[in-house]
Design a protein. Structure first.
Length: 113
């Protein structure tokens, strides 16, 4: 079992203004999923991208917009988001505080091509 504060996990800043922490993953013995915590600074966003796996997102704090292939939708504390495989998406912080969310994805071996 792993129990710790997410802040104890090293953060990677990529792109600038977006911090990502892999808080649970294969190195912890997780056989199926990876849990990540993102912190997006005001005015920053993740790249508009797609990939072959899904995302499940739970917004912890802050305000922003999640953009898909259509119009963007507002997100904030308590919002849940499902991003299907191969769908373009990005998260943008539109607020004055950090936009913080949990993002769960499957491990690469669990992704069906």
């Amino acid at each position: 079992m792993k129990v710790n504060n997410y802040l104890e996990t090293e953060a990677i800043e990529e792109p600038p203004g977006v911090l990502r922490r892999v808080v649970i993953g294969a190195d912890d013995g997780a056989p199926t999923f990876v849990m990540r915590v993102f912190e997006i600074k005001p005015g920053s966003s993740t790249p508009f991208h797609s990939h072959s796996w899904e995302h499940e997102v739970f917004v912890l704090s802050g305000k922003g917009i999640v953009k898909g292939e259509g119009k963007g939708k507002p997100v904030g504390e308590g919002t849940v988001v499902f991003v299907a495989p191969n769908k373009k998406h990005c998260f943008t912080n539109t607020g004055s505080d950090v936009l913080r969310f949990i993002c769960v994805i499957p491990l690469p071996d669990m992704v069906t091509p």
